[in-house]
Design a protein around this ligand. Structure first.
Ligand SMILES: O[C@H]1CN[C@@H](c2nc(-c3ccc(C(F)(F)F)cc3)no2)C1
Length: 343
């Protein structure tokens, strides 16, 4: 059914993108963080302790006539930033953009860490990674996408995120109005449960050579494996690439105090091009000006934080929302591939 499109609403500074999900009977709509880097669908619920709630809309389990407990089952997850949640498991009806899955595992939080409590807008996380990394024990549960697959025209979903304005996720079809040019595909390796792929290197902003004809920027072959992760805000890539990029920005420096590369907010940032197979993914410089470091002085901020930072410490690069704001992306499980197109 082509109706399977859902709006993805950016939160402050595009730190995360939330989309509406209908759960239970009658339907309860919750805004969840669509995350291709994890595979649990978990929600704040009537089981979440009062002192760990922070204004989130809740899954009121007792109000759903179709909810039933998945006996003897629990879950517990830790995200890349150290935030955690855990709890019990129910099966209930879930609808996203008009596509319904009847007995979807809904993971109800009986414990959440403070960063979730303090994120009032998000009622939980909607995992879109591979089922192998679902944390339900003793029997792993499937993601919504995995359960919905048989009812979709095509075994894929697409992400179309934007800077500071709503984007959308589509399930089962590719909307040609959401991108320009051909889609370039790269193979996916799901061994670690992520949408993992290989990038071959980078080049920096096609700054002209001043004589009117622009020199094609030099390709630097810093190959790396990467995951496509809509649940991460930034583009985290190997340190040598980040260094080479910010060395082109007067006044930029890597700040231990702030915890990453910062630069003068009035700097003109070059484009960063990530080479993936034959595809050149252009990330415009303006997307790399992520946010002022000191949000209290928003209007007079002089120091800004890079939307591109180092991935050292992780076993792979993490292509997060800064990347998806510039590239229309197809997550194709039928062909086990990712597709990218400019937009
Ligand atoms: O773990 C990797 C899988 N995808 C990335 C991810 N991170 C979160 C997350 C969401 C919300 C919060 C909080 F609200 F601030 F607590 C924290 C982390 N969701 O997906 C990283």
């Amino acid at each position: 059914s082509r109706a399977c499109s859902v709006s993805a609403v950016p939160q402050l500074f595009d730190v995360e993108y939330l989309a509406p999900v209908q759960i239970g009977t009658p339907p309860q709509t919750l805004m969840l963080n669509f995350d291709t880097g994890s595979s649990d669908l978990w929600v704040f619920s009537s089981e979440t302790p009062l002192r760990q709630r922070g204004g989130q809309d809740l899954y009121q389990i007792e109000d759903s006539s179709t909810a039933h407990r998945l006996g003897n089952s629990t879950w517990s997850i830790t995200y890349g930033d150290g935030s955690r949640s855990s709890g019990n498991v129910y099966l209930d009806s879930v609808t996203v953009g008009g596509v319904n899955v009847f007995n979807q595992a809904i993971e109800s939080a009986t414990k959440v860490s403070s960063s979730f409590t303090n994120d009032a807008a998000s009622s939980g996380v909607f995992g879109l990674g591979f089922d192998s990394i679902n944390t339900v024990s003793p029997v792993k549960q499937k993601t919504f996408f995995s359960n919905a697959l048989e009812s979709l025209e095509m075994g894929l979903f697409t992400a179309n995120l934007n800077k500071a304005e709503p984007g959308n996720y589509n399930f089962g079809f590719i909307d040609p109005t959401e991108f320009t040019g051909p889609i370039s595909f790269v193979d996916v390796n799901a061994t670690r449960g992520f949408w993992e792929f290989e990038a071959t290197g980078f080049s920096i902003g096609g700054g002209g050579n001043g004589t009117g004809n622009s020199t094609s920027p030099m390709f630097v072959p810093v190959g790396h494996s990467a995951i496509a992760d809509t649940g991460t805000s930034l583009l985290l890539i190997p340190a040598p690439i980040v260094q080479a990029y910010f060395w082109q920005v007067p006044g930029a420096q890597s700040s231990a105090r702030v915890g990453g590369w910062v630069f003068p907010c009035n700097a003109t940032l070059p484009d960063l091009i990530m080479h993936i197979g034959t595809y050149k993914a252009v990330i415009p410089g303006e997307l790399i000006n992520y946010a002022p470091v000191d949000t209290d002085s928003f209007d007079t901020a002089t120091v800004c934080y890079g939307g591109v930072q180092s991935s050292s410490g992780f076993p792979f690069a993490i292509y997060g929302d800064v990347f998806f704001k510039a590239q229309f992306t197809v997550f194709d499980v039928d062909e086990m591939r990712l597709g990218f197109a400019p937009k």
